[in-house]
Ligand binder design. Structure first.
Ligand SMILES: Cc1cc2nc3c(=O)[nH]c(=O)nc-3n(C[C@H](O)[C@H](O)[C@H](O)COP(=O)(O)OP(=O)(O)OC[C@H]3O[C@@H](n4cnc5c(N)ncnc54)[C@H](O)[C@@H]3O)c2cc1C
Length: 388
């Protein structure tokens, strides 16, 4: 585990300086205007932050997964919408890295790594959400590849992505395709007015007889959900969990500063015991989320198969803690918390999204409970009752 020693501290300082200079000054505007700046995306790519965990041969720096977590935390601290770029783009890169052919890796990974191409992950559909293993978008084999018909929606970065990882139903099996944005028969419609992650430039993708070449299938047909989407979602979840740690920290920083400066009833707010209780819970939530994320990071770095479940647990807990911290921070700032003078109202809206994406809280609970029951199968029995 990378503790708060080398190389974690030095890299965190580097990430923080970058975020303070490049992202933080624009976060409120991205939220207001519902879009990111291309210039900021270019700078993130230029700093090597899009897919730093990739091996060097494909343009990454083989970054330690906990250090990558710190990057997500620092970006998430300033702007959850900008951080969603790391998730959506990284999910596609990770899926190609883990599941792609050699030629697909050689073709796409360097371009994704340096930001020449921006990628988006297209799983959700109007009628397919949490139960994502059964997409309705169809892929029918034709002589020159596959013909896609159907709709994907809520696609982060859909408005600007150059390529999409699309999950389709092909002869009864979920199959993943890499689809170029310029493909004939594909149209992109921006989605506006989201509650949170408003800068994430969501879009709906309509495929109307869009033909994709056979070599654009990622992994074998039928492994689209169990392998490709699972790989992508696991990667995305990890970044979301760390982002939540950053969001809790942002709430804590704002709330402690505000309650130290404002007085009511003749005393600073920070001197009122009910206020201190809220601050205590916020800090505890931050520490617990941070530790769960570090545990997941260490297991990921070691290639431990338990990393998948520990990442679900980290994301579940951290997103809940971020939502709690944001609600509390708004409360502590009173009317100011409800305004756009402080970041906490934006963080509150963004935190709600974190409880829904990459596996909602309820779907996470089902996975975690399933894991608990597998660990304690019927027959292993409860501990014997103590005799009196
Ligand atoms: C800002 C944002 C960005 C997004 N980006 C992307 C993206 O890039 N790509 C993409 O493919 N999708 C994206 N999504 C969609 C997201 O993945 C889905 O919203 C999510 O999977 C939940 O699906 P749903 O919204 O259809 O809700 P539903 O699946 O309809 O669920 C509605 C509610 O019911 C609950 N529920 C469902 N099943 C159960 C159950 N068995 N037991 C208990 N409760 C249950 C859910 O937890 C949820 O609270 C994005 C969404 C948002 C808000």
């Amino acid at each position: 585990m990378i503790e708060n020693g080398e190389p974690g501290v030095a890299r965190r300082e580097e990430f923080r300086s970058f975020v303070e200079a490049t992202i933080a000054p624009h976060a409120a505007r991205f939220d207001r205007e519902e879009k990111l700046d291309h210039d900021v995306i270019r700078k993130i790519a230029g700093a090597g932050y899009l897919t730093p965990w990739l091996p060097k041969k494909w343009g990454g720096e083989a970054m330690d997964m906990t250090v990558y977590g710190l990057l997500n935390e620092e970006v998430g601290y300033a702007c959850a919408a900008t951080r969603s770029l790391l998730t959506a783009h990284g999910m596609v890169a990770q899926a190609i890295h883990r599941c792609g052919s050699t030629s697909q890796r050689d073709r796409y990974l360097p371009l994704l790594s340096n930001g020449d191409r921006i990628a988006a992950f297209a799983l959700s559909e109007p009628a397919v959400g949490s139960d994502a293993a059964h997409p309705e978008l169809s892929a029918v084999p034709v002589t020159d590849g596959f013909r896609l018909q159907g709709t994907k929606t809520w696609i982060t970065l859909g408005q600007i992505a150059d390529l999409f990882l699309v999950l389709a139903q092909c002869e009864g099996e979920a199959t993943a395709f890499i689809v170029d944005r310029r493909s004939e028969g594909l149209s992109v419609t921006p989605i506006a007015g989201m509650l949170g992650a408003r800068g994430a430039m969501l879009a709906t993708l309509d495929f109307d007889g869009c033909v994709v070449a056979a070599d654009q299938v990622l992994a074998r047909p039928g492994s689209g959900f169990s392998l490709v989407a699972a790989t992508a979602l696991d990667h995305g979840r990890y970044g979301v969990a760390w982002s939540c740690v950053g969001m809790i920290r942002a709430c804590l920083d704002t709330a402690t500063r505000y309650t130290s400066e404002r007085s009511q009833f003749g005393a600073e707010l920070s001197q009122h015991q009910l206020v201190r209780r809220i601050i205590a819970d916020m800090l505890t939530g931050q520490h617990a989320a941070d530790l769960l994320c570090r545990r997941a990071g260490t297991l990921r770095e070691a290639g431990d198969p338990n990393a998948v479940m520990e990442t679900i647990i980290a994301k579940y807990f951290a997103s809940k803690a971020a939502m709690r911290a944001a609600v509390d921070a708004v409360q502590l700032l009173g009317a100011n918390g409800c305004s756009d003078r402080y970041p906490v109202a934006r963080i509150l809206r963004d935190a709600k999204v974190m409880e829904i994406i990459e596996g909602s809280s309820e779907i996470s609970q089902l996975s975690i409970a399933g894991h608990a029951y597998r660990q304690h199968p019927v027959g292993s029995g409860p501990p014997p009752a103590e005799s009196t």
